[in-house]
Design a protein around this ligand. Structure first.
Ligand code: NAD
Length: 481
């Protein structure tokens, strides 16, 4: 099933596959082996200029806007069909360029297809309002696209994260310039290929890969973009917002998280431990909504920890292509960051229950599943995002204390509650500062359920019907009859 990866990939600009303006290339590493498996053309600010000009021309020509909304929906279905045909190549690329397991690679294809068909189906259902002004007037609202949507994608799930933003933009009549992540660029080129084969109008979708510091910065600061969708870290998000502020460009910001699960004394401990382990160890913790803090009632603390430790230690770690439960971290840089933060945890006096260090498998960037107990909420390891397979366990005595600890970071992306008491679950969900709350599972919902941050986790929503509202602005038309 696992094939090889094409050795060289070009950027997709104005319907053509092109080399980078400077002629440079970016090497793509397999994080499970440290080997260079491919190169991509390095986009420079001049390439960004070309891509934005193409997207502008396509928007001004009303390439998508003049289609019936249902036809824009059909286009999403056509892209989805193309991606399905490319499933094996996508799964291979996700394993080799991203470090995903084969199962996860295939799951990413299904998820992406779901995003495209979900938003394709919604294309003709975004309705305006008629506002009554009395006998002599007709007044109605229209959802207008912004124009050129600039999109910046991180490396942890580039294909579904990129495709959902592209789909929302296209069905609402925007055009797109997307910068794929330099650490994992390949799957989004396959999305570009699917768009080309599906007949997306020339220039309506442009996908290029460059470094954040030049291509990314040039894109978000470009004077001819009208909208920004940024998914990535808080630090980069702030610099994107500064660029956006210069031209008052509206943004959807999907940033980091330090999401907490509260385990009450009456929870089903076996199920809670399984859900929590999946919540932190899936894709080696490189998920913004990972369950990276567990706030556990003192009465069941030790029994829960024992189960969680067993879950961590039964996971096999190794290359995704070999069928392991957990693959590598994306890069040596990320591995070093996670390991250094673990050392900080030990220095802060937290108890290392299991893991805490890298694993020597080939020359890959593998990190052991890690649990810290005896953690105080003010410790750095309870406040900073690891973006790795590390969970911190904090004990509590009262529900008020649990909520205060859960809400006690700069972030507010997701949160979880484990209890058999539905009244307590509602009480807690009401008080948690988070964009999504899961009860008795981690990650309840998916494509259909609105997702996004509060506080430094960002604003705006992706997924669900709400997401479309982030890609349009309301125009009111008032007519004197
Ligand atoms: P990052 O911020 O380093 O990079 C994200 C993207 O921004 C990359 O494509 C990068 O090239 C680009 N970039 C870097 N500097 C830029 C600049 N000055 N201007 C414009 N673009 C620039 O993040 P990362 O390390 O790739 O991803 C991990 C982070 O992303 C974590 O904090 C994680 O929580 C977050 N994330 C959030 C979500 C979400 O939906 N909330 C989803 C996935 C990841």
């Amino acid at each position: 099933m696992i094939g090889s990866v094409r050795p060289y990939w070009r950027n997709f600009i104005d319907g053509d596959w092109v080399d980078g303006a400077g002629g440079d290339r970016i090497a793509v590493e397999n994080p499970a082996t440290g080997e260079i498996i491919a190169e991509v053309a390095r986009a420079m600010p001049a390439d960004v200029d070309r891509a934005v000009a193409a997207a502008r021309a396509a928007f001004d020509a009303r390439a998508l806007l003049d289609l019936r909304p249902s036809e824009r929906g059909e286009l999403m279905f056509a892209i989805a069909r193309q991606l399905e045909r490319m499933s094996d190549e996508i799964a291979t690329v996700e394993c080799l360029d991203n470090g995903k397991t084969l199962a996860n690679g295939l799951a990413e294809v299904s998820l992406t297809v779901r995003y495209l068909t979900y938003y394709g189906g919604l294309a003709d259902k975004l309705e305006g309002r008629q506002i009554p002004l009395g006998r002599d007037f007709l007044d109605y609202t229209i959802h207008m696209p912004f124009g050129v949507s600039a999109q910046i994608v991180p490396w942890n799930g580039p294909l579904p994260v990129g495709a959902r933003s592209v789909a929302c933009a296209l069905v609402t009549g925007n055009t797109v310039v997307l910068k794929s992540p330099e650490d994992s660029p390949l799957s989004l080129f396959l999305l570009a290929e699917a768009c080309e084969k599906a007949g997306v109008p020339r220039g309506a979708v442009n996908i290029l890969c460059g470094y954040g510091r030049d291509a990314g910065a040039a894109l978000v600061a470009h004077r001819d973009i009208d909208h920004i969708v940024f998914t990535g870290s808080v630090a980069t998000g702030k610099s994107v917002l500064r660029a956006a502020a210069e031209r008052v460009v509206p943004c959807v910001m999907e940033l980091g998280g330090k999401s907490a699960g509260i385990v009450y004394g009456d929870a089903d401990l076996d199920r809670a431990a399984k859900a929590a382990a999946r919540g932190i160890f899936h894709h080696s913790g490189q998920i913004c909504s990972a369950a990276s803090r567990l706030i556990v009632h003192r009465s069941i603390h030790d029994a829960f920890l024992e189960r969680l430790k067993a879950e961590a230690e039964r996971r096999s770690v190794g290359p995704g292509v070999d069928g392991h439960d957990m693959g590598p971290l994306i890069s040596l840089r990320q591995l070093e960051k996670v390991e250094a933060l673990c050392k900080t945890g030990v220095a802060e006096g937290a108890t290392l229950v299991t893991g805490g260090s890298r694993m020597a498998v080939h020359a890959g960037h593998f990190m052991r599943p890690t649990i810290f107990a005896g953690v105080r909420p003010d410790m750095m390891i309870a406040q900073e995002e690891f973006f790795g397979p590390v969970v911190v366990v904090i004990p509590f005595d009262t529900p008020e204390e649990a909520v205060a600890i859960a809400n006690g970071t700069d972030y507010g992306l997701a949160a979880g509650i484990f209890t058999r008491d539905l009244r307590l679950a509602h009480w807690t969900a009401d008080r948690l500062v988070a964009g999504q709350v899961y009860v008795n599972e981690w990650w309840v919902g998916g494509v259909e359920t609105p997702f996004g941050g509060t506080r430094r986790s960002g604003y705006g929503r992706e997924k669900g019907q709400e997401a479309l509202l982030g890609y349009v602005q309301t125009k009111n038309v008032g007519i004197r009859l």
